[in-house]
Design a protein around this ligand. Structure first.
Ligand SMILES: [Zn+2]
Length: 223
């Protein structure tokens, strides 16, 4: 399968058109250098051959790490995401089920921030559902202290800093709003709350986001 495709791109600086290679599917076993390049976004920069100016390019692709057994579909188009969600959550689909049974975690994300978040969560070997529950709790805590932090558009991106500490980057209306530490004791406490409630990671819904956390809190309340 072809993993890249060439496309025309117009430089926002000089207005000249050049070709740019877009990834359709990144396999980190075939391209180990892409592991880091996806994480630091250096794989998604267009360097204009005419004027040398670098421009970030944001587009969807499949991130496939066979060693870590992670497949993350970054999808920017709503209709495409809906269709893919149907296919990937269909447990009658033998091919999809086979991949999940082999131990793969399959996810769909809708933004570059969500992709960065999932990658860092799985790198830290955490459960992304519990991380979403943690974020939901942090959302209301921060909103109470800082009412200008929006409950609707406020979001968190999990990351691990250079010292190896887990943190949440806070975004308010897409703008940086600081960061907070990610308390592992609190995480493990939440994880314990959901013992016997959650199915295994591989067989859960491919979309794990804030709505997942809201649904899980409701299930916990009814339990
Ligand atoms: Zn240019």
């Amino acid at each position: 399968m072809q993993d890249r495709q060439e496309t025309g791109i117009i430089c926002p600086n000089c207005g000249k058109e050049s070709t740019f290679e877009m990834w359709i599917s990144v396999n980190t076993q075939q391209h180990p250098e892409m592991k880091q390049a996806v994480r630091d976004r250096s794989a998604f920069v267009f360097k204009c051959p005419e004027c040398g100016v670098e421009t970030p390019v944001d587009y969807g692709f499949l991130y496939h790490d066979p060693d870590q057994q992670v497949m993350i579909h970054y999808v920017t188009d709503d209709a495409q995401a809906k269709k893919l969600h149907e296919v990937l959550s269909d447990n009658e689909n033998a091919k999809v089920l086979g991949i999940k049974n082999a131990g793969y975690i399959i996810r769909i994300v809708r933004s570059a921030n969500q992709l960065a978040d999932k990658l860092a969560v799985f790198d830290a070997q955490l459960d992304d559902r519990i991380v979403e529950v943690y974020k939901l709790s942090a959302l209301s805590t921060i909103h109470k202290e800082h009412p200008e932090f929006s409950l609707d558009t406020g979001e968190f991106v999990f990351y691990t800093d250079e010292e190896g500490s887990h943190k949440l980057q806070i975004l308010n209306n897409g703008e940086p709003f600081g960061s907070i530490g990610f308390n592992m004791d609190a995480y493990h406490k939440m994880e314990n709350d959901f013992i016997g409630i959650l199915c295994d990671l591989q067989h859960d819904d491919p979309v794990i986001d804030r709505q997942t956390a809201i649904d899980l809190m409701k299930i916990l309340g009814d339990h």
